[in-house]
Design a protein around this ligand. Structure first.
Ligand code: TA6
Length: 278
């Protein structure tokens, strides 16, 4: 698989494969790996990678007729450019346009772009879509980021209180988040709507802050022990070491008239890397 390695002047780094424009690794300056990547993930044409940052487009999950999570995560994206910016950050730009295969699944002419920028303590992902066709198009999308955690049971998620969510595990709609911070003791799969404030993942040793814009929703997913064991590409007990917090637009699909552009951003920053009291 073709891989792009980004290295910022301060040593922060990221690795992206053109298969899915999939970010597989992110290390902040002087820091450890922040993304979970399953040791048993498949890395082959047509298969989704388990971990890192899958780009979900143009369909979320099975909420439509397309393959689960759409086709972008298994398509080969084109590297437009990569290198260091003047300020020392490193950046890569990838694009995906319609193809014979995509038109058979989804009859739309489009250009999707993912810009990956790494510097200091942050990884920024900017995703955009332009409708290059002559009819309206509508899509879901998500940056399905797998954060690496030391122990899911000691992980807390801040910033969700007061939000309404769809509980995909129970099928319940219009649930209200009261627990703050959120703790995870079993399978969790929720779509939080109208996310405005930052979300933070707190572990005993560090805090990662997640900011999103453009995307209205945030998905929190961990398969738990049983479902995790059923995922053949998830390493043994991998559920303990991962937590997906995804910037997403699902509840209200994005509609683009011909020529229109939509963009969304997920910015992740390690804001504390000392032991924190939780
Ligand atoms: O984003 C959460 C979710 O839709 C879950 O329901 C779960 O299925 C997960 O994505 C992973 O999907 P995948 O197709 O990669 O196994």
């Amino acid at each position: 698989m073709d891989k792009v390695i980004l290295q910022a002047r301060d040593g922060a780094s990221a690795e992206i494969v053109t298969h899915g424009a999939h970010v597989c690794s992110w290390k902040p300056a002087n820091g450890n790996e922040q993304l979970f990547l399953s040791r048993t993930s498949e890395f082959r044409d047509g298969a989704a990678i388990r971990g890192g940052v899958p780009v979900v487009f143009p369909q979320f999950s099975n909420l439509g007729p397309l393959p689960k999570h759409g086709f972008a995560r298994t398509a080969i994206w084109r590297l437009v450019r990569s290198g260091q910016l003047e300020q020392g950050a490193a950046q890569a730009v990838f694009e995906l346009q319609e193809s014979i295969a995509s038109l058979q699944l989804w009859p739309h002419v489009f250009r999707a772009e993912l810009v990956v920028t790494v510097a200091e303590q942050s990884l920024q992902l900017d995703f955009s879509v332009v409708n290059n066709g002559d009819t309206e198009l509508s899509f879901h999308c998500a940056l399905h980021t797998y954060f690496q955690v030391d122990d899911i049971q000691k992980t807390r998620v801040h910033g969700l209180a007061g939000l309404e969510y769809r509980d995909t595990v129970s099928g319940q709609e219009h649930c209200h988040q009261t627990e703050e911070p959120l703790t995870i003791s079993s399978e969790i799969d929720r779509i939080y709507a109208d996310v405005i404030a930052d979300i933070a993942i707190e572990q005993p040793q560090q805090v990662v802050q997640i900011r999103q814009s453009g995307f209205n929703d945030a998905v929190v997913w961990n398969p738990g022990a049983d479902k995790g064991a059923q995922l053949s590409d998830l390493e043994a007990d991998g559920y303990r070491r991962m937590l997906c917090v995804e910037a997403a637009s699902i509840m209200q699909p994005i509609r683009l008239a011909p020529g229109q552009v939509w963009s969304g951003m997920q910015l992740m920053s390690v804001v504390a890397s000392e032991p924190v009291a939780i």
